[in-house]
Design a binder for this molecule. Sequence first.
Ligand code: PLP
Length: 381
Amino acid sequence: MLPAAVEALTEQASRVGNASSLHTTGRAARAVVEESRERIASVLGARPSEVVFTSGGTEADNLAVKGTWAARRAEDPARTRLVVSGIEHHAVLDPVEFLVAEGATVGWLDPDRCGHIAVDDLRATLEARADDVALVSVMWANNEVGTVQPVAELAAVAREHGIPFHTDAVQAVAHLPVRFDDSGADLMTVSGHKVGGPMGVGALLARRDARLVPLAHGGGQERQVRSGTLDVPGIRALAVALEETVAVRDVEAKRVMALRDRLLEGALGLGLGITVTGCWTAGDATRRLPGNAHLLVPGCEGDSLLYLLDAAGVECSTGSACQAGVPQPSHVLLAMGHPESEARGALRLSLGHTSTDADVDAFLSALPGVVERARRAGGLL
Ligand code: PLP
């Protein structure tokens, strides 16, 4: 967390007051919430009334997908189809799969080898049939391979057909010029811990005319769509973190991009057969997140790389998920056309506001030894 966000969080946590209470401390807490809402709306190009606080990105995605589906079906039972990219985070994919069990159908938008969703694919899908579509959901930037999607163009196509458009902007906000109003989206997800704020707090930005059935029922907070006592310290810290992150975003994105480029060039130059996934052009952050470095290391299990790098002081991720204790290759890489054997050697490194040149150096000097040991562990040397 950014130090200013830690300060805001801890200071607020020591204050009494439920933002729904009518007494003095309750009203003071409400004032903090409403001021934070205004600050968040202002940096994200939204109206304060469009900010619905949640417990993070996962809840916001669930609310967008399930809440819209239920509302649209209530109006028109024929609207059962969800049009969704195949590279969404599980916070979108799993609610979609949950709804399939409830009678939804899915039109998947497949990425190209780079991880991009084509606007023409969405157009063709909706031109073929749109009267049964409840929602289109395509993430702003992918969390594994960092590809940035043409959100405004996709949203415009959905709008032509009168279909609500949701975008998960969790990964995008810290490094890209994200504005809700300019995006044309009806619903947009943000999360605190990707912008230097706390974990466990986030928001769904929802246009006033977006219809949502609540997931949880209770006190009717947040426009009646998200009941529950508001996390006032978390909300205040989210506002502080977002403001600070957005204020330095352009400069920080350039700094982080230079680290990413050095990391990728360095890894490719080690002669280990490593490749970079997705599209990467040094000096470009319009098609790939500036802080995302994703590599495929042939002949290695991603998990072996992860543990060996961890022991060397480098924390990374593989993008694989465990099912019944067995690592599964990333659905994102499979959707991009990588065979399972390649996808198993995935390594994802994320760079952010705490990353430095020394971190990149540490990674590059640890990598050759780690790859050699991981290949031995897999019996490939
Ligand atoms: N969406 C994306 C793209 C993410 O990367 C994440 C978390 O990493 C989430 C959703 C979930 O957000 P949260 O951790 O706040 O629930």
